[in-house]
Design a binder for this molecule. Structure first.
Ligand SMILES: [Fe+2]
Length: 157
């Protein structure tokens, strides 16, 4: 039996990576929808600044959602696509009716922390599997989100 995918990666390793990428996809989706809510509902003196910043965040998350889903397909897996699967599989909680800017930014800082833990776990697996494609994707996400995390902490200081 051929244990390799057409792209030359080990099928068992790739299936394990697809599962972890699906878990990341769940968190990306729940976080995306939370940030949409912050963009719409935030109030107060920092409205204009935060309204724009949340749009920047959700636009970036939307790109990553598609990249992660298509990486899963590239690895021979199936990306989850039903809302109930995202909510069930996410570590990030779905939040409602947040109007306070600081509370919304705190949520974002915590959510990026969750994403970073997931991505480092995936990176460790992809490294062992010699999966440079997933490795590179996770490296980019980690570098970007670590910087975003610093900026959010600076805002909250
Ligand atoms: Fe908008």
């Amino acid at each position: 039996m051929d244990t390799n995918l057409p792209i030359g990666l080990n099928a068992e390793d790739s299936a394990a990576l697809s599962n972890e990428l699906n878990a990341l996809l769940c968190d990306l989706h729940v976080f995306y929808q939370n940030v949409r809510g912050f963009h719409w509902n935030v109030q107060g003196q920092n409205f204009f600044e935060l309204h724009l910043k949340f749009e920047e965040f959700y636009t970036d998350l939307q790109v990553k959602i598609d990249e992660v889903a298509e990486r899963i397909l590239t690895l021979g897996g199936k990306p989850l696509h039903a809302m109930q699967d995202y909510v069930a599989g996410a570590t990030i909680p779905a939040v409602k009716d947040v109007t306070d800017g600081v509370e919304a930014v705190r949520h974002c800082a915590a959510a990026y922390g969750v994403l970073l833990v997931r991505e480092r776990g995936i990176l460790a697996l992809s490294d062992k599997a010699n999966d440079e494609g997933t490795n590179a994707l996770m490296s980019d996400y980690i570098r970007e989100q670590e910087k975003t995390s610093w900026m959010l902490r600076a805002y909250l200081a």
